[in-house]
Design a protein around this ligand. Sequence first.
Ligand code: AVI
Length: 332
Amino acid sequence: MSSHAAGAFDRARPLAEDLFRAEVLAGLSARPRSLSPRWFYDRRGSELFEEITRLPEYYLTRAEREILLNHASKIAQIVGPGRAVIELGSGSSLKTPLLLNALAPSAYVPIDISGEFLRESVAALASVFPELAVYPIAADFMRPFTLPLSIKGFPRLGYFAGSTIGNMTVPVAVDFLRGIARTLGEGSLLLIGIDRIKDTRRLQAAYDDAQGITADFNLNLLHRINRELQATIPVDAFRHVARWNDYEARMEMHLEATREVRFTVAGRPFSIAQGETIHTENSLKYGPRDARTLLRAGGWVPVMEWTDREDLFALILARNCALTEGPRENRQ
Ligand code: AVI
């Protein structure tokens, strides 16, 4: 595998730092208080997330991997060889190689906000796929990005694994899908993993595991704020809370203050009452029809869908219709 983007890893850094500070200050000042889950993924956060994907309770990664193990050749048959695979997120060592192996792509473009993690996952893939052309992009894939010129002319397959779409509210997910449809362009395909609604106890365990890794992952956000924004948050005064919100069909993660706390972030003072929470993540879960509706609204027509044996998780292949279909009034 050859990496053609030597400087690309660090280009997004100053912008990301300013944005991080601005969003943290705004989120901690808002009521209810919230922080965006995209800030979980500094180096430590990315490592903790990798640990989460290996937990017995966190069924998502195993289920998606099972789908790829059982159906990658069928997916490859429909997708066809020679596509450039654009992965939104730097790729899980448990899943991406299975897909790349089956697809025989012309190029691989991983896009991830964490430059360091991206660099390492690209290096790990290089040993498995020495011939594959790789063009990593260190960027926030939630914002518009430009594809490398080197893949101009290649048909494209977007790969958005792990139900990361669930970390967006529905309107944000629809806008995101539309943006991706525009960026990937006419004739593109999207392979997207979407977690399904299921038994609440199973969901609860997946987001509040017995070893406390998810708690560490959630609390690391406060450590990160302390490290990077000269903050004085007493992290031990917060506890991880995971709960199912049935009305919104989503798992929520919060950080709850176990006593009244006062601290500063980038010189700005904050005071949080005992029992108050900072909302850090939503993980929306979708029924089969809702998932298809979401894709349609985002400009993608579902082509084929696969699930694991327990029907916990779905992998959906969709084709880009945003540019090829006429105005909404003319559609059936
Ligand atoms: C990345 N994302 C899909 C994970 C999820 O399941 O929502 C992040 C995560 N949060 C807690 N555990 C894992």
